[in-house]
Design a protein. Sequence first.
Length: 325
Amino acid sequence: MWLAVIAVLIGLAILVWSADLFIDGATALAIKLRVPSFLIGVIILGLGTSAPEMVVSLLAALEGSPELALGNAYGSNIINIALVLGATVLISPIIIHKGIIRRDLPILVAITALAAWQLRDGLLSLNDGLVLLAMLVIVLGVQIVLSLRDGNSDNADETKEVIDADHSAPSLMRGLGSLFIGLSMLVASSQAIVWGAVELATFWGLSELIIGLTIVAVGTSLPELVASLSAARKGEHDMALGNIIGSNIFNTLGVVGLAALIAPITANPIILSRDILAMGLITLLLVVLCVFAFMSKRPFGRISGATLVMFFVGYTLWLMQTANM
């Protein structure tokens, strides 16, 4: 047991460090290419901070634990909104812009509904995985086109100046090196986490789903927390919220889609009645809070953050009560 605990703890520590290195490399490339702030949040940070979930879920599917992959992805989505975004706005309120209300949140609601619809029969097949990956490509294309059309590219130079202050204009080769090293360490640390999580699940008599929704989901959501806090403190509100939205898009479409391609996923009925329900409710709560903040012309602030964190506490208690179902 203790070897498994050590593997999970060390794996999580390396996971956070390697994800940070991976994001630094991706951001360096974004600077050189002058990518707009919102696209950095959705695509660069969204993909970068979802890399731990993606690698963990892929390895879980390859090792015959596909339900762990599902729990990791959906658990991370709940944690991203309820805990990561909640904690972020408790520290630094976020300004909600029209594009978030009209474009990004509807997309997030739509893919959450798609996830629930695909699990209606308790099975994610190869075809379901292909649909999810196809939707990922479409959503990213729409995000890029609409973001550029809305004029976010006008903020690219401002974003560059903000990031350059911290990264000292890293070279292209340094960025590529960070990407390669970060991804390599992601694979190694994720392997340790998957092995340790499965061992602990067996020892404690808990299902792989519960381990995925708790230990692994919280651990792999730490990069999102670090990235969002950093972006919010720098005044990059679009980047902070874009990171959360982008990460959830990659988790729902990319992480689950790739896992389903490797092996069909038979979902426990509790996933639909508890976890998909919780993911849908927290997504709708996010929409309501964002619309209220936008309509009232107030920041998405501490009251909203406290509401989201309370939802996370309630979900965690619900999870503990239904752990053996």
